[in-house]
Design a protein around this ligand. Structure first.
Ligand code: SF4
Length: 365
């Protein structure tokens, strides 16, 4: 397996987080670093972020901090497109995998990775939320402002999350990753309440746009090991990136996936085409001069984000959808942030509204 683990070059600890047992646990794994104590994470980042911009992504300085606000938020989704009603947990902020298309380079614009150590507050917040509305199904992921597992060799958060969710009746956790870091939770009794999900892409996109991430084979192998441990799986072909004959490559990824993964263990598969706000383009060119993605023809969509021309998206979605359905006719496939028209033309059916999609996905849980 490729060693592409995150190795922070510096460790900063917010005063409030200093005595926390999780801080101690992480410090024990970073004994070679001399921690520097800081007063407040927000003020520190504002004052210091320009001093760390040359640090290689996989050595980003780590900050252990206290989350003072809420951990749980609604997925930002996008108005005017159909969204699935997902919620996100922010325990880790920022990512070292450094994909060229990553929205975090514009959204966070910070050279630090923040890990929030006060998990007890997170669990209390979740307990309260789930108890308030026991009829509601909560689908919750941790992979929005970070990869769900790329810092897990330091935090071991996955095991604690899997354990917590294993006792919940109306919630399911999705750990979304490009890594192979699954050892921390594989033997944890999960009672079907954790879905382990991989972002997949073609070998060409992985080689050019996700250079620091494990290969396609490594991701599928990790999924296969999770399958053997009885976890439900999900896969996200997102962002699909257009290039000549990309459809053939995406179909080949689907075939490779089903050589090792039994469709009955898959809860859902999503498809999404490359999209980003216009201001990200110059950052991508600056941060990833070898990237091919800004050469594609992208146009502003209804939400202002740049996307491929609609017929191109529909063709990509339709081709890969058919390939998935050939191998796995019963697997639920959905589109991320697309209109009802694109659903209809790609899949031949549409959930019509975000509420319709949410209902369908809640039923799967
Ligand atoms: S793995 Fe996800 S969060 Fe990390 S850099 Fe890539 S797109 Fe961003």
């Amino acid at each position: 397996m490729t060693d592409k683990l995150y190795h922070p070059s510096k460790l900063f600890i917010e005063k409030r987080a200093l005595k926390h047992p999780i801080t101690n646990r992480i410090m024990e794994r970073l004994l070679h670093l001399k921690p520097v104590i800081i007063n407040d994470v927000g003020e520190f980042i504002l004052a210091e972020k320009d001093n760390f911009t040359d640090v290689p992504p996989q050595e980003k300085p780590l900050i252990l901090a206290f989350q003072k606000g809420k951990f749980l938020k609604n997925c930002p989704g996008t108005q005017r497109y159909i969204c699935c009603g997902y919620q996100i947990l922010n325990l880790v902020n920022n990512c070292e995998i450094n994909c060229s298309y990553c929205i975090l380079q514009g959204y966070l614009n910070s050279p630090f990775i923040i890990v929030y150590v006060n998990l007890e507050h997170l669990f209390q917040e979740l307990e309260n939320t789930f108890a308030e509305n026991q009829e509601k199904i909560y689908r919750i992921g941790t992979g929005e402002l970070a990869d769900s597992l790329s810092t897990d060799h330091l935090t071991n958060f996955s095991r604690e999350l899997v354990r917590f969710f294993s006792h919940r009746k109306n919630a399911v956790l999705e750990l979304k990753t490009k890594t192979t870091q699954i050892e921390n939770f594989l033997d944890e009794p999960h009672r079907g309440r954790t879905v382990v999900a991989w972002s997949l892409n073609t070998p060409r996109v992985i080689a050019t746009e996700e250079k620091m991430a494990p290969s396609l084979e490594e991701r599928i192998d990790a999924a296969q090991r999770s399958q053997k441990a009885g976890f439900r799986l999900a896969f996200h072909f997102d962002p699909m990136i257009y290039y000549e004959n990309c459809e053939e490559d995406y179909k080949s990824v689907v075939r490779q996936l089903f050589e090792k993964i039994d469709p009955k263990n898959i809860i859902w598969i999503s498809l999404g085409a490359l999209r980003y706000p216009p201001h990200l383009e110059s950052l991508i060119r600056h941060n990833h001069p070898d990237s091919e993605i800004t050469y594609g023809e992208l146009f502003p969509g209804l939400d202002g984000k740049l996307r491929y021309f609609k017929p191109i998206r529909i063709r990509m979605f339709r081709e890969i959808y058919r390939e998935i359905k050939k191998a796995a006719p019963d697997v639920f496939v959905y589109l991320c942030m697309e209109s009802s028209e694109v659903w209809e033309k790609s899949f031949g059916w549409t959930p019509k509204t975000s509420a319709g999609l949410k209902r369908m996905m809640d039923e799967l849980v």
